[in-house]
Design a protein around this ligand. Sequence first.
Ligand code: AMP
Length: 252
Amino acid sequence: MKVVVCVKQIAVLGDEVEFTEDERDVDPDFLDYALNEWDSYATEEALQLVERAGEGEVVVVSVGDEDSEDALRRALAMGAGRGIRVWSPELAGADPITVARVLAEVVRGESADLVLCGVQSSDSVQAATGIALAELLELPRVAVVTKVSLGDGTATVHRELEGGLVDVVEVDTPCVLTIQTGINEPRYATLRAIKQAEQKEIEVREPGDLGEPASRVRRMFVPPKGEGAEMLDGSPAEVARRIKELVEERLK
Ligand code: AMP
């Protein structure tokens, strides 16, 4: 069994933020980096599925520059067998559809039984890449998955809904699942495993045709602080009376 997991190296904001000169991104000097939290759960899920199947391989794929190999190495240290990194400078700041096109090219070459993504990446919070990938691959997909059991040519998955409700869905495999945090407990990579992961293969590729970008960042900024906020204390009746007064004042 082969499970492909898409993992992203995410940027973590420090306390101070400055922007690049063109105001379209955060100055990298103000960022730290890490493996996206959702992707560590997806990697753990893939490892557990392969372990339960008793055979198979977990392949981790990332679209990112050389620095993003840290995220791949982290997943390799957890137990993934092979890493693939795709990059060209035009991919800097790429939108989720473009990233999904690049991922789709890799996944097509892998004949995977299952493709896992995180629900979202904590820096760009698009929650779009996995779903776009499924569409490009013409595979069924289920989002916000909290449990996976594989059957013969199908998977039974739990899908988290609003208000803590759960939908149990049977889906044909291969399929794309976007994995929610809390589905498992991602294993710690031991120091030994981290050292061993340094020796594991990361294949570096260039993307094919990227197509037209689906969206572009025009400007990034810290929104100006609002003013005039009034905290309302008191009983519900007192607060309601004060809200009524405020609304009436505004409507004058
Ligand atoms: P997003 O659509 O950016 O919120 O990301 C959702 C999921 O798509 C992530 O949890 C990853 O599994 C995958 N993903 C997004 N960007 C990348 C990337 N650059 N490389 C690999 N996987 C990615």
